[in-house]
Design a binder for this molecule. Structure first.
Ligand code: FAD
Ligand code: NDP
Length: 647
């Protein structure tokens, strides 16, 4: 803030009354400024963002002390700008004169509009109208004296959860959310990645692909149909987009119902307690808050090669693509790449995956290998180890045709191929570089943009928190972001005040931290892969090979018997820490509905499940999950996992 600005006892503003600079006296006078005076106006504009009541004064101004005392008596607070201490005093004073048509100081502004000079303030004080006028201008106040108790930057999975939870404790909360269009122009509504361009459309497209397989299987169950079965991309995307729009609407409704203020605007911290919100039209407003949560998520990364932004798409574009992508190259072989490749192939498209190193880095590699085998069986080609170096358009159209040049990672081989669509899935970058973190001293990883936080989700600046995908070293999953957001809001506000009758949290609940251990996850490849806990590799590294026992089995779902689907594709494995009573430290399932299966077992893992307890559990017959209750073959005894089940 510098020496020239002093802060009064408390700052208070009401968000509903915040006016844009364009609407204020400043905006009205802003038409056609003299170029030399433009700087002065910008300076004034900047200061007007610092609080709802701002006093411009000079160090020798005898009436400043009286004005500030009068405002304090009226129950308000203020920022003070000392003009004498500025090198550009003249420009600033001229800008003030333009706004107020007054040369006298101090000049008091409320909500960015000129409120009056010393005489006017004293007059209102004598009349007894000052307090009421200020109250009318400023409206209600938050507990800490700021516009809001909490401003959440980012209205995705984590941000919305935190905001709603905080508001349920009668806190004054504002959510800022704005989607910057993708290089291809895709944009979407409130709710963040998961609902718009992540989990939801992905799972629905996965389901579309599974239904295609079910249609094929159904003949073996007696269904007869003559019509040629085909798939309409546009029909599927229209239905999915309609669903997403309904969800966007319900999220907005939820915020309204929960009394959370929402602005469709980009948030950038301008001081440690003030955020500037810029909407899609460029209109700016400023809002102060006692606390902030950064929940700005991530966006797809581009490799920075010729043609990438111009011709390639990412998952941000795929789910609303108006035309069928056709023959597709997917670059990247982790969650996003494999899931998209899987459902595109399931919809009958020709798909190639370009792999730089391994599939699903960080996951159990035996499971990754089996995923690859199954995808190959279902028509997906894998090209490895290559990275793309150039993308050129050779034919315009929807889809057009692209030429891809790539090089092997050892630099010895080159590859050239033609595709209708190139889908980049090479990772995601945290949206943290242009939100003012440097300005206010929030530390973040300069390479990844990720924000380190402590176990309370607190950043290096005490009243600023970060949740969800922007956090460093945490799983990037929707339920993780939601849990972290909810628990954070409960810790911040749950112990203070509750709306009568709405909360029954115990003290333990309001102090609970987010537990990031043993989070279950599922990769929605054609054969789903559900996992919880450690991979075999991670367990071996942690405990040593001798202390780890792996039980495994291939299994065949009964439903696959009639269509004679591949017997050995489905696979389950349990990783145990032997000296600790064979405690289960990892469970892995590859098969239909693996996500549904792993969810329940994750609870058991949280409760300290042992292999003995798994064995003592009676299975349900005939379901896929029963395989986990009857694992007798260890990997140590040989790699040939017996095939269980109904095939
Ligand atoms: P987000 O949900 O990304 O929300 C951040 C919001 O902040 C966005 O709306 C963004 O536009 C906005 N924003 C950014 N900067 C600003 C700013 N300065 N001002 C205002 N607003 C801003 N997870 C699962 O658990 N299961 C799945 O099946 C799954 N599938 C996925 C599939 C794909 C293709 C992808 C890409 C992700 C998937 N994920 C899945 C991950 C999941 O979507 C994320 O982990 C989750 O959305 C993270 O939530 P978040 O709140 O951190 O961020
Ligand atoms: P990841 O960072 O997990 O994977 C990136 C992939 O791209 C890796 O295979 C990587 O290879 C490869 N890659 C990176 N750079 C290049 C390059 N220059 N050229 C070629 N290949 C490259 O990112 P994702 O986008 O797949 O996933 C992001 C996160 O989103 C996940 O961690 C997950 O938490 C979440 N998500 C969750 C889902 C779910 O729950 N089902 C679904 C989708 C996403 P290498 O291994 O060599 O580094």
């Amino acid at each position: 803030m510098g020496n020239s600005v002093r802060k009064g006892i408390a700052v208070f503003v009401d968000q509903t009354r915040i006016k844009s600079v364009q609407n204020s006296a400043l905006g009205a006078a802003a038409a056609g400024p003299h170029p030399q005076l433009k700087g002065g106006r910008q300076t004034v504009e900047g200061y007007l963002c610092k609080g709802s009541v701002v006093i411009f004064t000079g160090t020798t101004c005898s009436r400043y002390a009286q004005v500030s005392e009068t405002l304090t008596l009226a129950g308000t607070s203020y920022f003070t700008v000392q003009l004498d201490q500025r090198g550009d005093k003249q420009e600033v004073q001229h800008a003030l004169w333009q706004l107020t048509q007054q040369r006298s100081l101090p000049a008091v502004f409320v909500n960015k509009s000129y409120f009056g000079d010393a005489e006017k303030i004293f007059q209102m004080h004598r009349d007894g109208t000052l307090r009421d006028l200020l109250r009318t201008e400023l409206g209600s106040i938050s507990e800490g004296g700021y516009d809001y108790d909490l401003v959440v930057i980012g209205g995705g999975s984590g941000g919305l959860a935190a905001a709603k939870e905080a508001a349920s404790f009668a806190k004054k909360v504002l959510v800022l959310d704005l989607v910057t269009p993708s290089p291809k122009g895709a944009t979407w509504g409130l709710g963040g990645t998961c609902v718009n361009v992540g989990c939801i459309p992905k799972k629905l497209m996965h389901q579309a692909a599974l239904l295609g397989q079910a249609i094929q299987d159904s003949r073996r169950f007696g269904w007869e149909f003559e019509q040629q079965v085909s798939h309409s991309w546009s029909c599927m995307t229209a239905a999915i987009q309609k669903r997403i729009k309904a969800l966007n609407f319900s999220y907005r409704q939820d915020l309204r119902d929960g009394k959370v203020a929402y602005l469709n605007a980009f948030g950038e911290l301008v001081t440690s307690h003030v955020v500037k919100a810029t909407d899609a039209q460029g209109k700016e407003t400023c809002h102060s808050a006692s606390m902030f949560i950064i929940a700005t998520g991530e966006r797809p990364r581009y490799p920075g090669i010729p043609g990438d932004r111009e011709f390639c798409i990412t998952s941000d574009d795929l789910f609303s693509l108006r035309h069928c992508p056709g023959h597709t190259l997917v670059v990247g072989a982790s969650y996003v790449g494999l899931e998209c490749a899987g459902f595109l192939a399931g919809l009958g498209l020709q798909v190639t995956v370009m792999v730089r190193s391994v599939l699903l880095r960080g996951f159990d590699q035996k499971m990754a290998q089996k995923i690859e085998e199954y995808m190959v069986l279902h028509g997906v080609q894998f090209l490895r180890p290559f990275v793309p170096t150039k993308i050129e358009q050779i034919q315009d159209g929807r889809p057009g045709k692209l030429r891809v040049t790539a090089v092997s990672t050892n630099g010895k081989e080159t590859y050239e191929g033609e595709f209708n669509t190139v889908l980049l899935a090479i990772g995601r970058d945290a949206c943290t570089r242009n939100i003012g973190l440097d300005r206010i001293g929030v530390k973040y990883n300069q390479q990844t943009g990720k924000i380190p936080v402590d176990e309370d989700e607190r950043t290096s600046v005490g009243h600023i928190y970060a949740i969800g995908d922007v956090q460093e070293g945490r799983l990037e999953l929707t339920p993780v972001a939601i849990q972290a957001g909810r628990l954070l809001a409960r810790r911040l506000y749950g112990g203070w005040s509750t709306k009568a009758g709405t909360h029954t949290h115990t003290r333990a609940h309001t102090h609970r931290q987010c537990d990031y251990a043993n989070v279950p996850t599922t990769v929605f490849t054609p054969l789903e892969y559900g996992a919880c806990g450690l991979s075999e590799e991670a367990a071996t590294e942690k405990y040593g090979q001798d202390d780890v026992e792996v039980y495994h089995a291939s299994y065949c779902p009964l439903e696959w018997a009639l269509p004679s689907r591949d017997k050995r594709s489905c696979y389950a494995k349990v990783v145990c820490h032997t000296p600790d009573d064979e405690r289960v430290v990892g469970i892995h399932v590859l098969g239909p509905n693996a996500g549904e299966i792993i969810q329940g077992f994750a609870v058991a893992l949280k409760c300290g499940l042992t292999k003995g307890q798994l064995d003592a559990t009676i299975g349900i017959h005939p379901v896929c999950a029963e395989v986990l209750t009857d694992l007798t073959v260890t990997q140590r005894a040989g790699d040939a996992a017996a095939v269980r089940g109904g095939c």
